[in-house]
Every structure is written in structure tokens, then in C-alpha cells.
Design a protein around this ligand. Structure first.
Ligand code: G4P
Length: 527
């Protein structure tokens, strides 16, 4: 146990995953109200007016002031210090979102009760699954008619192959929504519109208590009893180990818009979310209690103001205590750096951070020293296992008419690779000239062209390529597979010289997988 144990053990770090429009902005606002970060509803949603303009990169650039300041927040709740990390809600979210999840210890999954698990949620869930991350599920919009709660559970279980443990169970939905029965607390929380989420709480001996019978209409109560009975019959007993290893998700219901059940959700979170977890190193693991400070960079945000080339590098503190101005070793560069100008958003204030502990996120002003995945440490030399790169979904080549500008193009591309905005692939037979670029969200290409011109004075010409998926190739033992694949295939190298297959269709990928049973096709650079 380190002497900072108390501080470390009260840290909780999470992000919300959801499909656009499921209500992430709305629930975030309610959570921040509960955490005292904002005082009035509307402060977060205020920035939503700009939503329609999000495909316009010029405007996005102007808005980045907002997104920078809101990308990490801290608040205290129930004695815990909660780090909340935003994940961009735009449908063209990039790898940024994937990497943000890498810096958290658990995730909250928000689903629209009428729609169930949607495509973006599925993708984000895959990233959580890779890390066996614990997940809380909130079924939102219960004030509207939607899927039955049993169907929702079925949906989560069948789509994500994760068991559900509903902690609350709704009585009614839409206009007839009455409230939530808390199965563990044996209480009924009755909600009404217009009460800002203030519940009337009924202490009941169980679901069949006369108090509850008297409170809700007979048909709704009968249906509730029937559903609960069915549920009790099929649910395994509560096993927190299954939750912590991501095999089971705690589920609860509510409406973010009416603030129904959001506090129950936060209570559930504070009860079960794990404190900072150990992190894998290239060799072994480091625990949060390790007394020496260590951390890794998971996000780099370019500065809005192009006159200042500096950027903010976000460090997830993995062990020990961070102190402003401390000297650390930058493992990749093999030299010492002083971490001055550290920022953290606490409440509404952007504060200079004097100290931080394992689980916290610190934003460092960076003049170009950092790359995604870099390790910094104040103790013995350690290197965190690199953050995986994920399969891009859009590919292109960029060229410049003016040969004199090629150097600038290369410089700009490298900077964006470092920031993790794009990935570079190349054909070993041709070399690094004319690399193929890959992005997860198509919007990143817009960003790329804009920034190349704005920051590097390069007007690039983009040629879209037909590829849709990338797969990292290894043999059955996990070693890079460098032999030729059977079948017609484009195999390139990534920035680390690992072999990567590019395919223009899922079926083509499946056919290659069948023809090459001795090869594993990985969705990420780390398998
Ligand atoms: P997002 O960040 O996940 O994209 O979703 P956001 O919170 O912006 O919510 C998307 C829409 O869903 C919004 O409606 C929002 O009001 C609505 N919504 C969120 N939670 C609930 C809920 O519990 N019940 C109902 N009925 N609706 C909900 P909008 O029409 O796009 O915007 P607004 O004019 O209502 O703000």
C-alpha cells in the first residue's frame, strides 16, 4: 500500500459509450448537475445548437475550444473523485474515442430503449470487450414507448454476448411509466414528469407488497410481477466478479430528459465501479499503488491557435502521484522532461494541477515531444503496452502538385499520425513515398486536408481508395505473418512495419480467412 492509497482508491475513471441521439449529452448534463459541475440544465446542451454544423470543419475548428475544455472533467460524489472522459458523439468519431476508452477503467453504455443496441455502440463495445472492461448499462427514454425491458435484455445479450443483471425494473413505459423497482434495495421510485427527477420513494417488502399494488394500476402491476418472475427464473445470482471482468453488465432504466433514474444510475456506479486498475507493461504489469509516478499519453489535442504550434497531451496517471513541475523520463525519447503547465478541469474551472493520482487525467502543454502511447515515468524504466490501433474504415492517398511542398506534406502527415488522427500504411516494394492513409471516420479526411493547408500551407489532392477494412496478420502464435496470403490480397506495412491486409469488402475478408486458416486476422494492431 502506498501512502497515497486513500486518494488512489477513491478514484473512478469512466466514459459513456452510445449511438448518436441515444441521449449522451442529456444524461451527461444530469450527471454533471448531480456532481455539482454545473448548476443549471442547459449548460452542456447549449453547445448542441452547433450540432447541425458539425460536418463543417471550419466551424468545428472554432468549436474546439468547447470540446477541449469539456473532454475531461472531474467531480466528487459519494466521497469518490470521478474522472469523466468525453467521447466525441459525432457519427464520424475517430480512433480518438477508442483510445479514450483505453484510458478508463469502466464504461457506461447508454441505449435508446426504443432502438436497443445500435451500430456505433456495438463498435465501441468491442473496444471495451478487448480490455474485459466492466460496463454499466442505462436504458434511456423510458418516457416513450419502446422495446419491452425483457426484449432489451435479450437484445444486449444476443448482440453483445454479455449477460445482463437488471438492478432496477420499470413499471410501465411511455405515458404509463410509473417508476423503477430497485431489486437490491427493495424500494420503489415513483417518477412523474415535471418534478425534475425527484422520486417519491416507497419502502416495500417486495414486488408484491400491498403498497405497490395500491400505487399502480392492476394491469401494470400484474405485468410487472410476471416479468419479474420470468427474470428471477432465468437470471444467475449476482456475481460481481462477472461484472468486473466484463462478462455481465449491471442494467438500469430511466429517462435522461426527465432525470428519472439518473441518480440511481450514479449510485450504482459509485457502488460497483472499480478503482484504478493495474496496467500492462511490455513486460509485466504496474499497479496503481506503485509509489513512483507513471502514465501514458492517450490523446493529443492540437491547439486551436495555429500561431502556437503547441498542443495538449493527455496523460492517464497509472501509478503513484503526479506533481506539477516534476521531472519524468520520456521513455521513447530516452530523456528527462519537466512536466510544467499541467491542466485539469475540476468543476467549471480549468485549474492548474498541483497534484494528481493514479486514475486521474492530466493535460500537459506539449511542444511536440509526445506521441500517442508514450510512457512517462519517475521511477524505474517501464514502458506501457502500446495502445492498439484499430481498423480504419476509409482509405485514401494524398498527393501535392508542387513537388517542393512534399517535405511539408510529409511533416504534416507525420504530425497527424503522432496525434493519432490518421494511420499510415505503405507498400514495402515502393517505400514511404505516397503512403496510403486510413481513418476510422471519414470526417478525419476533411480535418486532414484542412489542417494540412491551414498549418502547413500544403494544398493536398485526395484520391479515395476502395478499401473498407484493415486486418493485422499474425500466425497462430501471435507472430507477424509475413508470408504471402493465399488468394488475391493487398498486404501493406503499418508504421511499425507490421503486415496489414486491406480489403474492400467483408466478404472478401471472410473468403481470405477461409483460405488461410493458419493466419489470424486481427481487428487491432495488438490482436
Ligand atoms: P446524443 O448526445 O447521444 O446525440 O443525444 P442527445 O442528448 O443530444 O439527445 C438526442 C435527443 O434525444 C434530444 O432530442 C434529446 O432531448 C432526446 N432525449 C434524450 N434523453 C431523452 C429521454 O429520456 N426521453 C426522450 N423522450 N428524449 C430524450 P432533440 O429533439 O434532438 O433535442 P431537444 O430539442 O430535445 O434538445
Amino acid at each position: 500500500m502506498s501512502k497515497y492509497s486513500h486518494e488512489i482508491q477513491r478514484r473512478r475513471t469512466f466514459a459513456i459509450i452510445s449511438h448518436p441521439d441515444a441521449g449522451k449529452t442529456t444524461i451527461t448534463e444530469q450527471l454533471l448537475l448531480l456532481g455539482g459541475v454545473i448548476q443549471e440544465a442547459g449548460e452542456v446542451k447549449g453547445k448542441k445548437g452547433a450540432k447541425a454544423a458539425k460536418s463543417d470543419w471550419m466551424k468545428m475548428e472554432q468549436e474546439r475550444g468547447v470540446s477541449i475544455s469539456s473532454s475531461v472533467m472531474q467531480f466528487d460524489y459519494n466521497g469518490l473523485r470521478i474522472n469523466w472522459l468525453d467521447t466525441p458523439g459525432h457519427k464520424d468519431f475517430g480512433e480518438d474515442t477508442y483510445r479514450t476508452l483505453h484510458a478508463t477503467d469502466c464504461a457506461a453504455m447508454l441505449i435508446d430503449a426504443a432502438k436497443g443496441v445500435e451500430s456505433q455502440t456495438r463498435k465501441l463495445y468491442e473496444v471495451c470487450r478487448l480490455r474485459k472492461m466492466p460496463i454499466f448499462t442505462f436504458a434511456n427514454k423510458m418516457d416513450r414507448e419502446g422495446k419491452s425491458p425483457l426484449d432489451l435484455i435479450d437484445d444486449v445479450e444476443n448482440t453483445l454476448h454479455m449477460a445482463c443483471y437488471p438492478v432496477t425494473w420499470p413499471i410501465g413505459m411511455g405515458d404509463r411509466f410509473k417508476g423503477l423497482y430497485h431489486r437490491l434495495k427493495k424500494k420503489f421510485y415513483a417518477f412523474e414528469k415535471g418534478t425534475r427527477g425527484m422520486a417519491k420513494v416507497l419502502d416495500v417488502a417486495g414486488p408484491d407488497d400491498a403498497i405497490l399494488r395500491d400505487f399502480v394500476e392492476a394491469d401494470l402491476h400484474a405485468q410487472f410481477l410476471e416479468e419479474l418472475e420470468l427474470l428471477e427464473g432465468i437470471l444467475p445470482p449476482l456475481d460481481t466478479a462477472d461484472f468486473l471482468s466484463g462478462k455481465m453488465t449491471f442494467m438500469t432504466f430511466g429517462s435522461a430528459k426527465h432525470n428519472w433514474g439518473v441518480d440511481l444510475f450514479l449510485d450504482l456506479f459509485t457502488q460497483y465501479a472499480p478503482p484504478p486498475q493495474g496496467r500492462k507493461l511490455d513486460t509485466g504489469e504496474i499497479t496503481p499503488e506503485d509509489p513512483a509516478f507513471s502514465g501514458f499519453i492517450f490523446k493529443i489535442q492540437a491547439n486551436m491557435d495555429k500561431r502556437h504550434r503547441d498542443r495538449i497531451a493527455y496523460i492517464r496517471v497509472c501509478s503513484g502521484r503526479f506533481e506539477r513541475g516534476m521531472k519524468v523520463k520520456h521513455m521513447r525519447l530516452g530523456r528527462e522532461l519537466r512536466l510544467n503547465y499541467a491542466n485539469q478541469l475540476m468543476g467549471q474551472e480549468r485549474n492548474t494541477v498541483e497534484e494528481a493520482f493514479a486514475g486521474d487525467i492530466v493535460g500537459i502543454n506539449d511542444t511536440g515531444n509526445f506521441k500517442i502511447g508514450d510512457t512517462v515515468t519517475a521511477g524505474v524504466d517501464v514502458v506501457f503496452r502500446d495502445i492498439p490501433r484499430f481498423s480504419p474504415e476509409h482509405f485514401a492517398r494524398i498527393s501535392v502538385g508542387d513537388a517542393l511542398k512534399r517535405k511539408q506534406l510529409e511533416k504534416g502527415l507525420q504530425q497527424l499520425v503522432d496525434e493519432g488522427t490518421i494511420q499510415k500504411f505503405y507498400d514495402p516494394a515502393v517505400g514511404w513515398q505516397l503512403p496510403i492513409l486510413g481513418v476510422v471516420g471519414i470526417l478525419q479526411f476533411e480535418v486532414l486536408l484542412y489542417r494540412l493547408e491551414d498549418e502547413y500551407g500544403v494544398k493536398g489532392k485526395m484520391e479515395m481508395l476502395p478499401y473498407k477494412v484493415a486486418r493485422w496478420l499474425t500466425d497462430l502464435e501471435g507472430r507477424p505473418h509475413r508470408e504471402k496470403l493465399k488468394g488475391v490480397a493487398t498486404v501493406l506495412h503499418d508504421a511499425d512495419d507490421l503486415p496489414v491486409l486491406l480489403c474492400d469488402a467483408e466478404w472478401a475478408l471472410q473468403s481470405l480467412e477461409k483460405q488461410n486458416p493458419e493466419v489470424i486476422f486481427h481487428f487491432t494492431s495488438q490482436g
